[in-house]
Every structure is written in structure tokens, then in C-alpha cells.
Design a protein around this ligand. Structure first.
Ligand code: UT7
Length: 329
């Protein structure tokens, strides 16, 4: 007997940001005290960022993931113990080991021995994590997955480097994904090219009880910018092709929120009106793997995204990694 096709569907979304909201002006003031010159005008015009949130020194990535997950679980209205897979996309885990996903499992009070692991694909992490959870569900290896993007990216920032420290912020977003006969994740496309390692990296490592190398993030912004616009268009078209859909059928484009100019460029290349793109980079800055689920949750909660809408998520990040997915909400 043939089994009916199975999909994974998003049944709840949630997000969290830490309490400390830092405006461009405030950040410019803090940097001026270090002799570093920047301005609200430079940051806002070059990136679209107006503010970001920074976590307190004692906060953990799993704490932000926990709040976002609780919100997503409340929206999904399911029994916590039915979660049988946790994936956290993060470049800023609590520890080298164990995984942040195991910390989240403990903090949630999940005692069902479900699968839990972290995934490192930088700013494309959430697209990777969602795709992998979808594959677990389609393979009937799991029923209900908690997929999280969570970062305390401020820990990687060198506040003497104005070309990076004004760009990033902290936050988390989560979705509950469940097996369904109704369409959910329709298609996805994932890629990586390790030849571009050097243009966006934090090449520190722990050795002999100390951090060796450069633990702060460094970026050749222009090189990433050029690749990003090209790769995001290509991967979006690939995901659409796999879904047998055209860009005109997309209700909402949710790009990784790094730079408004990159986002608008991709949107235009796809022939989509800018009104169909979700923008939260102004509020959160670049929160790496958290940016897509943060934007998704905001639009679900304020009612812009409704059941039946077709969404495209897409991202590019260190590695380089890039990917896109088409989702029926
Ligand atoms: O999340 C992963 C994906 N990441 C991205 O997609 C980021 C991609 N790259 C970008 O978003 C942009 O390249 C940046 C926002 C990082 C930089 O914007 P840009 O228009 O490429 O600026 P630039 O690096 O060419 O710098 C222009 C000028 C330079 O001064 P000179 O050499 O022209 O005199 C910089 O020194 O702006 C200067 N500058 C700043 N000035 C004030 C760099 N950072 C700052 C700053 N404040 N914070």
C-alpha cells in the first residue's frame, strides 16, 4: 500500500529579544567614548538598521531560545512532551559542548529523550535547520519538531571595529513544525562554498585552555554584499522551480535581515513589489540565524501573515552558506 504524501507544517511561531535596546545614536555615543567615529546617519543609510538588542553578560543563547520556544509552543497549543526533535541554528552556542539544544531541552523540562542538536550554518542556519527538520518529518522519523534560530552575536563583536560592531544584534525565533497531510514546507534549496571562508568569519578556537586566533567576527562587507545579491536571487529561483511556482505566487518574502539594500535588491530581481517583503532589520539589526524566524513571528502575530499564505525564506551567511525555502503557512 502506498502512503499518502506527508508534509511538515508550521503550527506555531515565537520570538524573543533581550531587554537592552540600543539605538544607533546611543551606540555611536558608546563608540565615541572609545575614539571610534560613526553616526546614526551612516548606519541607517548604509544598512537600514536603526536599533538592535544586546543581551546582558550573564544571559545565555539557550535563555533567548527558551523564551522564543515557549511562545511558539503556546501558539501551537500542543503537549510539550510530543516534541521529538529540537534543532537550534546558532553560531553563538552557550558552550563548546554540550549543545545549546540539550540546554534548551533541559530548560523546557522535556524528559522524553528526543533528538536534540545544534546546527552551524551562520546566517543561513534557520533555512538549513527548517529543511533538515522537514526531512526528518517527511521520512517519518519524527512527528513534531522545535526549530530555533538563536544568537547572542554581540559576544563576537569587536567594539573597536566600526565596520562590524554596528551591524549585529541578539535575539531568537522559533517555530513548531508538525507532520501534516496539508502542504507546509513545499521546497527548499541549500548550498555552501567553503572557498569563501575568509570573507566572513570568527576564526578563534579553544586550545590548551585558551582562545587562540581571532575570536571576533571579521567581514569583507563589499565582497559579501556582491555575492549575496547574486546568490540570493539564484537560490530563490531554484526553490521556486522545485516548488513549480513563480515569484508572483509568493505572498511574503522573508529574507535574512542583514542589509536593507541587499534585501531590496533581491526583492526587485524577483520582480516582487517591496510591500511584499518583511523588514525588521531596522529594529533588530542582523541577528544572524535568528533574523528570519524573528521576522516571521512578528508578521504572524500582527496578522500580516495568515493561514494559506505562501512564504519564501532565504538567507546567506558565513561559510559561505546560502539557501531558500518555499512554505505554505
Ligand atoms: O549576515 C551575513 C551577510 N552579511 C551581509 O550581507 C553584509 C554585507 N555587506 C554590507 O552590508 C555592507 O558592505 C556594509 C554595511 C558592511 C558596509 O557598507 P558599504 O557601503 O559596503 O561600506 P564600505 O565598507 O565600502 O565603507 C564605506 C566607508 C569607508 O570609508 P572610506 O574608506 O570610504 O573613507 C569605511 O571606513 O564607510 C566607512 N565606514 C564607516 N563609517 C561610519 C565603515 N563602517 C563605518 C561606520 N560608521 N560604522
Amino acid at each position: 500500500m502506498t502512503q499518502s504524501p506527508l508534509y511538515s507544517r508550521i503550527i506555531g511561531t515565537g520570538s524573543a529579544v533581550p531587554p537592552d535596546c540600543v539605538t544607533n545614536q546611543e551606540l555611536a555615543g558608546r563608540l565615541a567614548a572609545r575614539g571610534i567615529e560613526t553616526s546614526d546617519e551612516w548606519i541607517a543609510t548604509r544598512t537600514g538598521i536603526r536599533q538592535r538588542y544586546f543581551a546582558a553578560p550573564e544571559a545565555m543563547t539557550s535563555d533567548l531560545a527558551l523564551t522564543a520556544s515557549k511562545n511558539a509552543l503556546r501558539a501551537a497549543d500542543i503537549d510539550l512532551q510530543s516534541i521529538d526533535l529540537i534543532i537550534i541554528a546558532t553560531s553563538t552556542p552557550d558552550f563548546v559542548l554540550p549543545s545549546t539544544a540539550c540546554a534548551l531541552q533541559r530548560k523546557l523540562g522535556l524528559r522524553n529523550h528526543c533528538i536534540a542538536f545544534d546546527l552551524q550554518a551562520a546566517c543561513t542556519g534557520f533555512v538549513y535547520a527548517l529543511t533538515i527538520a522537514d526531512q526528518f518529518i517527511r521520512a517519518r522519523a519524527c512527528q513534531t519538531a522545535l526549530v530555533v534560530g538563536a544568537e547572542i552575536f554581540s559576544r563576537l563583536l569587536d567594539f573597536n571595529d566600526r565596520s562590524t560592531c554596528v551591524l549585529f544584534g541578539d535575539g531568537a525565533g522559533a517555530v513548531v513544525l508538525q507532520a501534516s497531510e496539508q502542504a507546509g514546507v513545499i521546497s527548499s534549496a541549500l548550498h555552501a562554498d567553503g572557498r569563501h571562508t575568509d570573507i566572513l568569519c570568527a576564526p578563534g578556537r579553544v586550545s590548551g585552555g585558551a582562545i587562540c586566533g581571532q575570536a571576533f567576527v571579521t567581514m569583507d562587507g563589499q565582497a559579501v554584499f556582491k555575492l549575496a545579491v547574486h546568490l540570493l536571487e539564484k537560490v530563490a529561483l531554484e526553490a521556486l522551480d522545485k516548488a513549480r511556482m513563480s515569484a508572483a505566487q509568493i505572498d511574503w518574502l522573508i529574507p535574512h535581515q542583514a542589509n536593507i539594500r541587499i534585501m531590496q535588491g533581491t526583492c526587485r530581481k524577483l520582480g516582487l513589489p517591496l510591500e511584499r517583503m518583511l523588514v525588521t532589520v531596522d529594529q533588530h539589526g542582523n541577528t544572524s540565524s535568528a533574523s528570519i524566524p524573528l521576522a516571521l513571528d512578528e508578521a504572524v502575530r500582527d496578522g500580516r501573515i495568515a493561514r494559506g499564505h505562501t512564504i519564501m525564506i532565504e538567507g546567506v551567511g558565513g561559510g559561505l552558506t546560502w539557501g531558500a525555502a518555499v512554505i505554505r503557512f
